[in-house]
Design a protein around this ligand. Structure first.
Ligand code: ZN
Length: 287
């Protein structure tokens, strides 16, 4: 007497479970249409061996029209335009010592350099970064800037690194231009933290650096004649790189004291060409 009752109860429970699963799994109730076909398995599928019953999902026609693949979560890139337009007029804030990694401190920030004609580095880095931002955004990348304009003060190098770390950025790219007094010195270089202080500063940052170097060379920019080797410069003294917990590089686009590069830095078309190369490097790294 008890066993049949239990069996019926189990069947009812099973039916309820199947019903719940089917109802919640797919809104247009795929279970309803596919379960009869699956259980009876009529002609339908020309299964070669016919021993294993075809899974309902293998034979059931799609109930919805094919749509675009699920959107990938946006990758986050932090762009760090070097210096800031208000730094020069705020020496107290800018010279305040802040942690710079490896147990050292450095000034919060610096004023940056300028061309011989007075075009400032902070203006160059801001303009190039905005162009890179636009190019990346057009490709679906979420861009976070370490500063929001070219009239403020700072932020300090440790704050800039924190912005990259807190955002979980896939890549952090600082943009600068150098100020070597040797007028013939020219070419770009990509700096990275060395020796690395964490995993992100190891292979990921090296790959970001070499990818960036390769894309800038491919865009026609010469590697530096006066610092680093083959466009790469390992550094242990750059606070932003030392403090980064994300893959990070610093691109020195060239020498603002070199006449040829200063001319390129000073024109919108020239800045666009640097921005395009940097954006291409970032996108190639993101893959
Ligand atoms: Zn700089």
């Amino acid at each position: 007497m008890r066993r049949p009752v239990l069996a019926v109860m189990c069947l009812v429970a099973l039916a309820a479970l199947v019903g719940c699963g089917g109802a919640t799994a797919g809104s247009p109730s795929p279970a309803g249409s596919s379960s009869p076909a699956g259980s009876s398995s009529p002609a339908g599928s020309p299964s070669p061996t016919s021993t294993p019953a075809p899974h309902p999902s293998a034979t059931a026609p799609p109930l919805t029209t094919p749509s675009a693949p699920p959107a990938k979560p946006k990758q986050v890139v932090v762009l760090d335009p070097g210096h800031n337009g208000g730094n020069a007029s705020h020496p107290t804030e800018i010279n305040r010592p802040v942690p710079a990694g490896r147990g050292r401190t450095k000034p919060c920030n610096t004023t940056g350099t300028a061309t011989n004609a007075g075009y400032p580095e902070h203006e160059f880095t801001w303009d190039v970064a905005m162009r890179v931002r636009d190019l990346l955004t057009a490709q679906g990348v979420q861009v976070i800037m370490t500063r929001q304009d070219d009239t403020g003060v700072g932020p300090c190098v440790d704050q800039r690194a924190a912005i990259g770390n807190q955002s979980g950025a896939a890549a952090v790219v600082s943009i600068h231009a150098d100020g070597s007094t040797a007028a013939s010195a020219h070419g770009f270089h990509v700096a990275y933290s060395s020796p690395p202080l964490n995993d992100a500063q190891g292979q990921p940052s090296m790959t970001l650096a070499t990818t960036m170097r390769d894309k800038m060379v491919a865009a026609g920019f010469p590697t530096s004649t006066y610092i680093g080797s083959n466009g790469l410069s390992p550094r242990d003294d750059l606070g932003g790189l030392n403090l980064s917990e994300r893959p990070a590089v610093l691109v020195e686009c060239g020498n603002m004291r070199n006449a040829t590069e200063a001319a390129a830095f000073t024109t919108p078309a020239g800045r666009q060409s640097y921005a395009a190369a940097i954006a291409t490097g970032i996108l190639a790294y993101l893959g």
